[in-house]
Every structure is written in structure tokens, then in C-alpha cells.
Design a binder for this molecule. Sequence first.
Ligand SMILES: NC(=O)c1ccc[n+]([C@@H]2O[C@H](COP(=O)([O-])OP(=O)(O)OC[C@H]3O[C@@H](n4cnc5c(N)ncnc54)[C@H](OP(=O)(O)O)[C@@H]3O)[C@@H](O)[C@H]2O)c1
Length: 363
Amino acid sequence: VNTSAGGGLTVGVVGGTGYAGGELCRLLLGHPAVSSVLPTSRGEETVERVHPNLLGSGLSFLPAPVLAERAAELDVVLFSTPTGEAMRAVEHYLDHGVRVVDLSADFRFADAATYRRVHGPQHACPHLLAEAVYGVTELNRKQLSQARLVANPGCYAITAILALAPLLTLSGTGDRVSVHAVNGTTGAGTTPKRALMHAEVAGSMLAYSLDGHRHGPELEDVLTGLAGRPVEVDLNTAHGDFARGIHLQANVDVPSGTRREDLLELYRQFYGPGADGEYFVRVNDQPRRGGLNTKDYSLYPTVAAVTGTNFCHLGVDLDPARGIAKIVAVTDNLVKGAAGSAIQNMNVMLGLDETTGLRGYAP
Ligand SMILES: NC(=O)c1ccc[n+]([C@@H]2O[C@H](COP(=O)([O-])OP(=O)(O)OC[C@H]3O[C@@H](n4cnc5c(N)ncnc54)[C@H](OP(=O)(O)O)[C@@H]3O)[C@@H](O)[C@H]2O)c1
């Protein structure tokens, strides 16, 4: 760790103009151990014009090649670039002793053939795939603490993994998981598309990639590993009429006779109670109120409750007549789904308290 200059950490953000890159800058500016944030851009715009929320922050963009020349100054570099970019650039930073977290999909699969099947191109750096640690912090903390290179999960993937990990430890659960998720429009990045303009999305919904979202194989890989048997994922994705947040519902068959209370106990055991358990994963275990046909909305978490935060809130319920467990998970796609997780992983890699700079609740 090159913390000598000023005592704080120096962190590079490749892709600083993007939605996730802007969120990395916002969160790093509030991180008490970070003294310098160096975001990159290929354009001419200032930070204030691209991210008006960072007005007066003092940040300025530098070209990515200049950041690469300054690698020796960095403690960590966070790649927030489209899939296909980081795999061409990370080795240079690793060679300079810089820890790397990649928010794209370049290092999420252990083998190059799967990368090619899911993403298309040949992998440019296959020899680093086996080394990269998949960054669901709650599940891989030990490996992350020793990692040089972390593959941050996809936003749908991490939300679904946190929703389903406890359930897949239960014997007798089904081998097929059905996931329906609605993401804010920031999930699509900053590349302009008519279908994503406010005029098109406002008051509407936009389903996409139902023939096979690229987070599906990522999710199957991880859930299969957790369950110790093949798990198939039916992933259904859409954009909703909001800028950020994922509202995800996952259904899995469970053995007949399973009660909601049994599932809640499983989730409480897995994640621990409230702030004394996993800090960023909170299980809503409100008792059900009212009788038949009462709509008890308080059983399920809402996107608004986690927006701007690194939390994943989970609601747990069951259709007892059909033996289907129904989990509702909400995250902010730009925080727990991207920048927040990346910083949580950075904290673990550097031996810091993993909640450093990330503890805030939603307004
Ligand atoms: N948005 C989300 O909810 C989310 C969640 C989890 C993970 N991710 C992943 O995080 C990454 C960034 O997502 P995003 O939504 O922030 O995308 P974005 O808004 O489209 O931003 C992409 C960024 O990458 C930069 N860039 C593109 N090509 C580059 C290159 N060759 N060299 C250096 N910089 C380059 C762009 O910079 P210029 O301005 O210079 O073009 C821009 O800053 C993606 O891999 C995405 O899949 C996104």
C-alpha cells in the first residue's frame, strides 16, 4: 500500500464520467481513509459539468493513459468501463502493486471459454481469470482479504445472490430459480438510446433481454457453487420509470409444509440480526398482520428505502398452497450493485473495516 503521500489512500477511477464511475467518486470523496481520487475521462468536459452533484469537490479528470503512467502513486484502481476494456489494462496496474477492482464483467468467469460464450470476444488476459476473486463480500470475505484483483458482481447478480444464498442451503429446494427484476434507467449506462429517454420511459416499463440476460450465466455459476448442485436461473429484466434501484423478486420451490417462520429463521441465521449481523444485508422480519386478503405492504422492502445506500433489504414470504418461497430483494444498482460493493471490497482488500465510508442510511 503506497499510503506515504499524505497518509491517505490514492484511488484511480477509470471511467469517471459514467454513472457507476460518478458514484465511485461521490462515495470515495466521503471515505475517511482516501485522500486522493483520480477519475479518468476521454473527453473534454469538467467533473462539474458531467457530475453536477460534485460541484466544488475539487476533482478533475485525467486521461486514462496519464493515470496508467502514474500507477506507482496509486493504492487501488477501480475500473468502471464497459465490459472488454479492463481486461486489456489491469495487468499494468497489478505489475505496479496496485489493487484492482473491476466493475465490468471481464473477470467474473473463471474460464475464458465461458467469457467468450456469454460476452462474445476472446478474453485478452485469460491467465488472470483464475486469480480474480468474485466480489460478493458477504460470501467471499476471506479470499477478498488476500486478493489483488476483484471481479465485482453484476447488479442483478449480487441482488439475486444475496436474496437466494440462504435458501439454497436448505435441502429440498428446487433446482430452478425464477427471478423477475426491475432496474432504474441508470442500469443501462450513459450511452444515449431513444427507448431510454425520459419521454419514452416515463409512465412506462421496458422489458429487455428475456432471451438470456448476460447476468443469468453469472448467477447460475455462483448459485450452483453455493447449492453444490446445478441450479438453473430464469432471469427476467426490465427498466422501470425511476433512475436508480433494483426491485427483484425470486421464486423457488420449497418442500411442502415449509412455513414463513422457518424461512425467516433461516435468513436470520445466515445473515445475523440487524446491524450486529451482516451490516449491509437486512432481513425484514415483520410479523404478518391482518387476516385473509389483508394487504400487509410492510412485509416487503422498497427501493426507496435503499436508494443512495449500500444496503440490500430482503423480504421473505411463502405461498404455502403451492410450496413456493418468494424473496423480495432491493438494492441501489449504482451502490450495492456497483460502486458501494466495489468500495466494500476495496476496504476488505486493504484490511480496513468493510463499512468504512459506506454506513449511511437512505434519506
Ligand atoms: N450502471 C449500473 O447500474 C452498473 C451496475 C453494475 C456494474 N456496472 C458495470 O460498470 C461499468 C460501467 O457502467 P456505467 O453504467 O457506469 O457505464 P457508462 O455510464 O456507460 O460509463 C462508461 C465509462 O467508461 C468510460 N470508457 C469507455 N471506454 C473506455 C476506454 N476504452 N478507456 C477508458 N474509459 C472508457 C466512459 O468514458 P468516456 O466518457 O471517456 O467515454 C465512461 O466513463 C460497466 O461495465 C457496467 O456493466 C454498471
